[in-house]
Design a protein around this ligand. Structure first.
Ligand code: FE
Length: 341
C-alpha cells in the first residue's frame, strides 16, 4: 500500500503546463516520485526551508513516470526521479533517462554497493520472512529456499509475483544461484501457496497472524509499522508472528532501496544535485529511519527508532544494487512460466 489515494489530484495540480511556467533560474525543483509516504512531507519541507528551493511533485507508479519522462523528452520539466525499487532505477538508467552526477558528498556518504552509475540509494529495506509462532518453528524458515520446501505445502502467502519487491528478490536469487535453480525455487514456492497472491505486504502479515497461512514474505518497514502501532489488533498480530532474517549463514537478507537520480533533461540540475546531497545528510537519513522505518543508506547516520532497534542487526545481501536490474526481465519470465502471478 505504497500509493496514496491523492495521486490523481496531485498529478492534476502539478501538470506539465504548471511546471512549464517556471523558468530554469527559478529556485524550483520538479520531482517525479514513486515514493508515497505521508511522512516524507517533512523531508521536502525541510529541504525548502534550508535552501529556499520550492519543490513541485508528481507522484505516480514507476512505469507511468518513466514513460512520461520519455515522452516529454528534451522538454521534460522533471529534474529528479525517485523510486522504491532498485530494478526500476536500473531500468531508468538503461533507458538513458539519467544524467551523470559528480558529487564528492554522495560518493563519500553512500556505500559503493548502494550506488549505480548515475543513481543513488538513500534508504534500504529488507525482505524478511514472517511466520506464525503457533504453526512453524523459526529454524524451519531460515532461508528463502525454505519457502519452496514441500514441508510448507499450503502454508505460504505472498503478494503478486509481478510486484517489484518480489521481482527484485527473484533477481537477487537468479544472481546468486543461477536461472535454473531460481526457477525450481519459484516453482516450489507456487506449489506451497496457501492462496493465490493478493494484497500488499501488510495483508500477508495479517493473514499469518489470522492463521490463514503460516509463512509470508514482507518488507521490513511494514512489520516495524505494525510494531509501532497503538491499535490493539496490530499489537495482537505482532504477538502472533515471528520475523526471520533469511540467509544469514549464506548471502545475507535481500535488501531493496529507495533511490533517485538526476534526469538527463533536468532544467534545474544544480538544485537537483543539491537535493540528492540533502537526502544523504544526517537529518534526511534520520528521517528515512524514524519516519518510514527504513535503514539509512549512510552507515554513520544515527537513528532513534524503537521498532528498528527491536528488530535488531542482521547481515544484508551486499549484491550491488545496480545488478538487480540485469535480472529483472528474467525474473518476470520465470514467474510467468511457473504461474507466480
Ligand atoms: Fe512499500
Amino acid at each position: 500500500m505504497c500509493f496514496r489515494v491523492t495521486r490523481p489530484l496531485i498529478a492534476t495540480l502539478f501538470s506539465s503546463a504548471f511546471f512549464a511556467t517556471a523558468s530554469a533560474d527559478d529556485k524550483i525543483l520538479n520531482i517525479y516520485s514513486a515514493r508515497h509516504y505521508q511522512t516524507d512531507e517533512q523531508l521536502y519541507s525541510a529541504f525548502t526551508k534550508s535552501t529556499g528551493i520550492r519543490i513541485n511533485r508528481i507522484e505516480g507508479k514507476e512505469e507511468e513516470l518513466m514513460e512520461r519522462v520519455r515522452n516529454e523528452g528534451a522538454n521534460s520539466p522533471a529534474d529528479v526521479f525517485i523510486s522504491v525499487d532498485a530494478a526500476r532505477l536500473s531500468a531508468a538508467h538503461e533507458l538513458g533517462l539519467f544524467a551523470p552526477v559528480q558529487s564528492k558528498i554522495l560518493e563519500s556518504r553512500i556505500p559503493a554497493h548502494l550506488r549505480a552509475e548515475d543513481w543513488f540509494s538513500f534508504s534500504t529495506r529488507a525482505r524478511v520472512i514472517i511466520y506464525a509462532k503457533a504453526a512453524v518453528k523459526a529454524e524451519d524458515v531460515q532461508s528463502y529456499a525454505d519457502l519452496a520446501d514441500p514441508k510448507l505445502k499450503g502454508k505460504v502467502c505472498t503478494r503478486s509475483g509481478s510486484h517489484p519487491y518480489n521481482l527484485s528478490l527473484m533477481a537477487a536469487i537468479i544472481a546468486h544461484h543461477g536461472e535454473a535453480n531460481a526457477e525450481a525455487w519459484a516453482r516450489g514456492v507456487v506449489a506451497n501457496f496457501a492462496r493465490p497472491p493478493k494484497g500488499g505486504d501488510t495483508d500477508q502479515i495479517k493473514a499469518v497472524a489470522a492463521g490463514e497461512c503460516a509463512v509470508a514474505i514482507s518488507n521490513s518497514y511494514y512489520v516495524a509499522r505494525l510494531m509501532r502501532s497503538d491499535k490493539a489488533e496490530d499489537k495482537k498480530d505482532i504477538d502472533r508472528i515471528g520475523v526471520v532474517w533469511p540467509d544469514q549463514k549464506t548471502n545475507g537478507t535481500h535488501i531493496n532501496v529507495s533511490g533517485a537520480g538526476v534526469l538527463k533533461h533536468a532544467p534545474h540540475k544544480e538544485a537537483a544535485v543539491k537535493f540528492l546531497e540533502y537526502l544523504a545528510s544526517d537529518d534526511a537519513q534520520r528521517h528515512f529511519a524514524d519516519g518510514n522505518n527504513e535503514w539509512p543508506a549512510v552507515p554513520s547516520a544515527k537513528v532513534a527508532n524503537p521498532a528498528l532497534e527491536k528488530l535488531g542487526k542482521f547481515k544484508p545481501d551486499t549484491l550491488p544494487v545496480g545488478s538487480l536490474g540485469m535480472y529483472r526481465a528474467k525474473a518476470q519470465m520465470i514467474f510467468d512460466r511457473v504461474g507466480f502471478r
